[in-house]
Write a protein that binds this ligand. Structure first.
Ligand code: FAD
Ligand code: SF4
Ligand code: SF4
Length: 401
């Protein structure tokens, strides 16, 4: 239910803020057309005297009108200049996983794209499993903004009522999803590492208690069931060439005055070689076994020789061998490179959850019982300080030859 109270001073700010033209001024007071209102909350945000209130009924448990698995399509922004405007890899991962969920539910997989223009999304996203693409086009979407994005997506949710909504656990996804969940009064499971359907409900699995147990979380009393999913956890399915999704252009008016935060300056903190650790194909990681910062430099040299990026265990980061942005694991970054080399890393569960989906893992450890060997394709039992220089030498010889 939405109401305008006697506090309304007739300032008219809510009129242009409504994306659906649902507000008119009558006798210097805002009046809301309930048939047009989608309860997006944009007017509540702009009202200077808190005259507008929305109350949401959560008692109804009939969710039969909520259908479809939705995936928020995220785009690279100016923090990744080479790929700016491209669809982020995590969106393909979510579509691949979402396809399986939608099939189990017997419902559609829908991609939600907020963009300044359509770049063949029905084809690109269709090939990765989307049945439908909801596209909202507006120049305001070029730069991510919580208020603008959440207003548009709230409107879509209220119009179409998805059963499941997935977001990447990226900087933006972690900002947008909680904002929507709070506005909708629904639950949100953050940082999921596994998703499944059981008895029609989304089972959202994530590590709990320091990664020692996996918790399965359900949201039986609210819709949509919302999750953020860590990048590099779900595998991307092979695209289905020629599959085209149904493109649905959504007309949502966006008032730029909704934007309460303005970005004044951007400072880009790239990892070594300009490649972010989450996107790297080759990662060479070092742990406490590298002993000190000086000796850790051999890891950097090896990464450079292989054209890869440096990773580190939390112990190595805590000891100051490498900056936090290089940390792999539960409280660092989840990675899934083609090649992951681990030197002097024991393989604590919190480290393993962040790298075990790498294609090929090579571990070097002097302890033959080290847990890292349980996920390694090649286990090298020996001294990292002897093996790393020899490997560099061999690689350099090979390059010359
Ligand atoms: P250690 O466990 O001390 O292992 C050092 C290894 O080096 C040993 O296996 C040893 O045999 C080997 N070694 C020693 N000398 C040599 C040598 N000369 N040659 C070869 N091998 C040698 N950890 C992470 O990595 N990432 C995370 O994101 C993370 N998040 C966490 C979140 C929580 C809530 C908690 C509680 C912990 C987290 N941890 C994380 C910490 C994790 O539990 C481990 O403490 C950490 O991963 C250990 O790092 P390590 O393997 O470098 O050190
Ligand atoms: Fe318009 Fe949204 Fe306010 Fe409804 S809640 S009147 S749709 S701005
Ligand atoms: Fe009234 Fe608030 Fe709308 Fe201004 S913004 S017209 S005070 S309801």
């Amino acid at each position: 239910m939405i109401e305008v109270s006697v506090k309304c001073i007739g300032c008219t700010k809510c009129v242009p803020a409504c994306p659906f033209g649902a507000i008119a001024m009558v006798s210097k007071k805002a009046v809301i057309n309930l048939e047009a209102c989608t309860f997006c909350g944009a007017c509540v945000q702009v009202c200077p005297v808190e005259a507008i209130s929305i109350t949401r009924e959560v008692s109804s448990k009939d969710f039969s009108s909520y259908k479809g698995v939705w995936v928020w399509v995220e785009f690279e922004d100016s923090t990744n200049l080479d790929k700016q405007g491209e669809i982020k890899k995590v969106s393909y991962e979510l579509l691949s996983e979402g396809r399986k969920l939608a099939d189990q539910l017997g419902q559609d997989l829908c991609a939600v794209a907020l963009s300044d223009k359509n770049s063949n999304y029905e084809k690109v996203l269709g090939e990765y499993g989307a049945d439908k693409v909801y596209l909202v086009e507006n120049a305001e979407f070029v730069q991510y903004n919580t208020d603008i994005y959440s207003t548009a997506i709230m409107a879509l949710i209220n119009r179409h009522k998805p059963a499941v909504f997935l977001f990447g656990a990226t900087v933006k996804g972690r900002d947008l999803a909680p904002r929507l969940a709070a506005a909708l009064y629904v639950g949100l499971t953050a940082d999921c590492t596994g998703l499944a359907i059981r008895d029609g409900l989304l089972i959202q699995s994530r590590p709990a208690f320091g990664g020692n147990i996996m918790a399965d979380i359900i949201a039986p009393n609210s819709r949509p069931q919302m999750s953020t999913v860590r990048p590099n956890v779900m595998k991307i399915s092979r695209p289905v060439t020629g599959k085209i999704a149904i493109l649905i252009r959504e007309d949502i008016k966006i008032d730029k005055n909704l934007r309460r935060v303005k970005i004044l300056e951007r400072k880009i903190d790239e990892n070594q070689g300009g490649v972010k650790i989450e996107n790297a194909n080759i990662i060479v990681s070092g742990g406490r076994g590298m002993k000190n910062k000086e000796k850790f430099k051999i890891i950097e040299e090896l990464a450079q020789t292989l054209g890869g990026v440096v990773g580190a265990s939390r112990a190595a980061v805590d000891l100051g061998f490498k900056e936090k942005s290089h940390q792999v694991g539960q409280s660092g970054t989840t990675v899934s490179p083609r090649l992951y080399l681990a030197f002097g890393i024991s393989g604590a569960v919190q480290h393993l959850v962040g790298m075990k989906t790498s294609d090929i893992i090579i571990a070097v450890n002097k302890d033959p019982n080290a847990s890292i060997f349980s996920v390694a394709k090649y286990a090298v039992i020996g001294d990292a300080h002897e093996i790393a220089p020899k490997l560099i030498e061999a690689l350099r010889k090979r390059k010359k030859g």
